[in-house]
Design a binder for this molecule. Sequence first.
Ligand SMILES: Nc1nc2c(ncn2[C@@H]2O[C@H](COP(=O)(O)OP(=O)(O)OP(=O)(O)O)[C@@H](O)[C@H]2O)c(=O)[nH]1
Ligand SMILES: [Mg+2]
Length: 282
Amino acid sequence: MNINWYPGHMVKAKRLMKENLRLVDFIIELLDARAPRSSTNPDFERLYANKTRLIVLTKSDFADETITEEWIYFLKRQGHPAIEVNCLDNRSVNRAKSWVNSFCEEKRQEYKRKKGINKTIRAMVVGIPNVGKSTFINALSGGRRAKVGDRPGVTRGKQWIGVNPYFELLDTPGVLWPKLDDRQVAFNLSYIGSIRDEIIDFEQLAIKFIDTMMTMYPDSISKYYDLGDIDKPSIEILYYICERRGWLKAGGELNIEMGAKQIIRDFQQGKLGRISLEKPTK
Ligand SMILES: Nc1nc2c(ncn2[C@@H]2O[C@H](COP(=O)(O)OP(=O)(O)OP(=O)(O)O)[C@@H](O)[C@H]2O)c(=O)[nH]1
Ligand SMILES: [Mg+2]
């Protein structure tokens, strides 16, 4: 699949991040809990080398709980403070909020001690498109000021949002990286909705996705689409699902393109259950 995933606005966004770097006290990097490795932007390592980087695994309600716990353990062992969050759940949001606030408080005390000033602490929220940056900021600030949407590329400019009188978060547009060499990473990013629909070949993607599910979560896919103990190549399973669901074109022919897209949407909306696409390597 030939994916042009690095449009001009991301080049601009990266420049914006660089320019604002000196204004922030720490970085909050959001990764998708279903694919924390694929959703890590390799450029960030260098870009934010001199800043404390907190890691938040988002959309944890969609991921396998045990695997998310393994990821948190893995990230912490690598030296990153890490937490998971489901922004649709108040308890989870409150937990993440007090966790982030404790880093803010630490920085505030440091300024007081060293410089004798009451400084406003600022953090930049970064991550790939559609990972939930704006939703996370809204959840922490208790408002709806950052625009959100269920597609990549919703946030375009920068926006500062106050969490409390001493703490501000910078919302940034999602960015990928110029060279996406790893095909599996490209597939995972497409599954989780970080790549624009316009440049995806959904039929090819759905076949690959069914392959992956039949290996990793055969019961989930089989149950949701009522496949029984079907044992067929993925392309035939795709056709079978379209037939069973009655996904047809006007003339009565199977609408494979629409069906393929729907299967990916079903995954993105968590309909197949809690699924993690990647485990940490020990
Ligand atoms: N189920 C679930 N959905 C979430 C969660 N967080 C965000 N979402 C949804 O994910 C979608 C993307 O959220 P945004 O906040 O717009 O993502 P973003 O990272 O700001 O995206 P860009 O600005 O396009 O880079 C929206 O439909 C949110 O409702 C979560 O914890 N759980
Ligand atoms: Mg956004």
